[in-house]
Design a protein around this ligand. Structure first.
Ligand code: NAP
Length: 659
């Protein structure tokens, strides 16, 4: 779609820089400064203008991108709408709520699209924070603190006048305001506000509007947020565009409401009573571009549904800014016009049981949709038992959604307590794997084991219940709350030794154990079934014998032992592969090739191994008791390696590897 840029300053250059990658073409540039317009237009081979009416007359572009200075936004948008053009405007939509309302009305009457910056509520970091909120991790949100420390524009902007005339609200304040309105819907009233004229005496050029504003905003959906917007507070202060929200069950910290690039630490979650934990992206993200919201506006026009959603939000944000100014004069409260700003629903989590084939009747199931990485819940560490309660809580807080639990790990009751605690993810957003121990392969024991594990976890059903091992051992009693028993007793129950000291096996063939597992599925205690530590031949036995197909296979997998044939065999059949013990093979994390690759990709050697698994469609389930490792491992799941890098890692393979 052709577009006309009106305004050719610094921000126009930023918008133009992304034109080459998208569907928009620059058909003309208009700026009161004819030279500036010509410079930008020449670069893109289009005509330039210093008169808006002439530009609209000459250029047949359906979309005007309004990149003028703040005070010109309203008049330019009005002229463009009057000329029948769709408009995307830089922030703010106007400086006055009634002007903004008129623009919306005009766009509505003529069925034209009207968009307004900032589009950053849709940027990757903000969406990640929004998902945390939508997941209900904070519980009801009652309070928030938002900052917009625009800083001393006289120091950092080549044309500060426009900022000094309007103050910090209409430029910086709109970032947190647009995001909060996207999340919580409209502000009902400004409870109180105050404004100051703080400015250094030695700087001659002074703001004509108040340089510092504080306001308490009451959102109609519940939260009260204190907003601080300042030209006085330096933009390098500790708080820049930070936002902190507090709910009954947890808190959220977002370090940049207007951020366009993602950083792993930009979103942090603090479950009530616990430290903040980084919640990194676990899916690949891309840089947010200034042109993204303009392109989606153009798309809405192409689709015959010209959107005014961000225009409505922009108009409401202007109304909030006006109300803050009035409240600062009168002391408040001041009601705020809605302008149709409704909360954009924040998308639901993408993990869980969506796409789960129930696998009955041996038809080819759809592959399970799993999170890219999970957390291993085992207590075992080089022959020792370690307490995992805290580290599993940290993993849940950071955003892990796949839990690998097992009867043998003996800590299902502790995981259950964590899942029941305020601030834990909803059941629907989790994928929980359970595993009966090999002393429970007899049908009755298996059902009892499954029910016992579910009781301890506080769940109705597992997302996947997987045989821990294909071979059966002698039953020595139930394994409930194993972690609470003396170590000797735990071992006697789980590693049944005969008088000769050898493990006592029992003759329950894999086929029979699988049939017993199918009963668990039939009774609704597991949505899908799986099997761990199998060879390809054993998996074929299950596939041939069973009525319910395995949806998941869990094997030890790392670069020393990639099990490529088995992985390919599973993937061809829609069976997901989960890699257990992905990091703990002796010497693996010291491999120079992993360090080298990691250095070039900003990853640790562990991160490289995890990204290698994820790139190949395998879900690693590392375990860690070190908070930085827990968060870093999750972040590595958002990385993808190219084919050449994967091949270098494949080169570490050690045929016949054994621990
Ligand atoms: N189905 C089965 O038969 C089976 C068998 C074994 C394991 N599993 C599952 O797989 C899970 C993981 O296996 P695992 O516990 O044996 O081993 P693992 O995850 O491969 O390795 C754990 C070790 O790696 C370290 N580590 C983790 N992240 C690291 C990082 N970023 N940098 C450096 N070191 C890091 C941990 O130390 P820190 O604590 O200091 O981070 C710990 O020493 C288990 O919890 C269990 O759920 C299943």
């Amino acid at each position: 779609m052709h577009c006309l840029f009106v305004g050719a300053g610094a921000i126009a250059t930023e918008y133009a820089a992304d034109l080459a990658d998208g569907p928009l073409t620059l058909a003309g540039v208009c700026d009161l400064d004819a030279e500036r317009a010509a410079t930008l237009a020449d670069e893109y081979g289009c005509p330039s203008f210093s008169d808006l009416d002439a530009a609209l007359e000459d250029i047949d572009a359906p979309l005007v991108v309004n990149l003028t200075s703040h005070a010109a936004h309203g008049p330019v948008t009005s002229t463009a709408l009057e000329a029948g053009r769709h408009v995307y405007s830089q922030k703010p939509l106007a400086l006055n709520a009634s002007v903004a309302g008129d623009l919306l009305e005009l766009a509505r009457e003529r069925n034209l699209a009207l968009g307004c910056a900032p589009g950053t509520p849709d940027a990757p970091t903000q969406r990640r924070a929004g998902r945390l909120l939508a997941d209900g991790r904070l519980g009801p949100v009652q309070l928030g603190y938002a900052y917009a420390h625009v800083g001393r524009v006289t120091d950092w902007h080549d044309r500060p006048d426009s900022f000094l005339d309007i103050g910090p609200l209409y430029d910086g304040g709109v970032y947190p305001l647009a995001l909060l309105v996207a999340w919580f819907g409209p502000v009902a009233s400004v409870r109180t506000a105050d404004a100051l004229d703080s400015w250094p005496d030695r700087v001659d050029q002074r703001p004509t509007a108040p340089s510092h504003v504080e306001a308490m905003l009451a959102f109609s959906s519940g939260p009260t947020v204190r907003l601080t917007a300042s030209l006085y507070t330096p933009h390098r202060s500790r708080e820049f565009y930070g936002l902190e929200l507090h709910g009954d069950d947890g808190s959220l910290y977002l370090d940049g409401t207007g951020a366009m690039t993602d950083s792993p630490d930009a979103v942090r979650y603090g479950r009530v009573g616990r430290e903040y934990v980084g919640a990194p992206a676990q899916y690949p993200t891309r840089r947010y571009r200034y042109l993204d919201p303009v392109e989606s506006l153009a798309h809405s026009v192409d689709a015959g549904r010209p959107s005014r959603a961000t225009g409505r939000r922009g108009a409401h944000v202007v109304a909030v800014c006006n109300a803050i100014e009035r409240a600062a004069e009168t002391g408040g409260p001041v009601d705020v016009a809605d302008h149709g700003a409704a909360a954009d629903p924040v998308s639901a989590p993408t993990v869980g049981r969506r796409g789960v084939g129930n696998g009955t009747d041996n038809e080819r199931p759809h592959s399970l949709r799993l999170p890219p990485i999970g957390v291993g819940c085992s207590r075992y560490r080089e022959g020792e038992y370690v307490e995992r309660r805290d580290s599993i809580a940290t993993a849940l807080d950071a955003g892990y959604r796949l839990l690998d639990s097992a009867e043998l790990y003996g800590n299902e009751h502790r995981i259950g307590e964590l899942l029941a605690a305020p601030g834990s993810p909803d059941r629907e957003s989790l994928f929980v794997i359970g595993k009966p121990w090999r002393t429970n392969h007899h049908r009755e024991h298996l059902i009892e084991a499954c029910r016992g594990s579910l009781d301890e976890l506080g769940l109705d059903a597992f997302d996947c219940y997987a045989l821990h091992w294909p071979e059966a051992w002698a039953h020595r009693g139930p394994l409930a709350r194993l972690a609470e028993q003396p170590v000797g007793q735990q071992e006697a129950l789980t590693f049944p030794e005969g008088e000769d000291g050898d493990i006592v096996t029992v003759d329950i063939p894999l086929k029979q154990a699988w049939k017993a597992l199918e009963t668990v599925h039939e009774r609704g205690l597991a949505h899908t079934l799986g099997v761990c530590n199998v060879s390809r031949a054993q998996l074929e036995t299950v596939l041939d014998a069973g009525r319910v197909r395995p949806a998941l296979v869990q094997i030890e997998r790392h670069p020393y032992q990639p099990r490529s044939d088995l992985v390919a065999f599973c993937h061809e059949r829609g069976i997901r592969v989960v890699a257990h013990s992905p990091l703990s093979a002796p010497g693996l994390l010291e491999e120079p090739v992993l360090t080298e690759i990691g250095d070039s990709q900003g990853l640790t050697p562990a991160g490289v191994v995890l990204a290698w698994n994820v790139t190949q469609g395998v879900v690693p389930i590392p375990s860690s008791t070190t908070p930085a490792h827990i968060v870093g491992n999750l972040g590595a799941a958002g990385e993808r390696l190219d084919t050449e890098t994967c091949a270098r890692i494949d080169g570490l393979r050690r045929p016949g590897f054994e621990r």
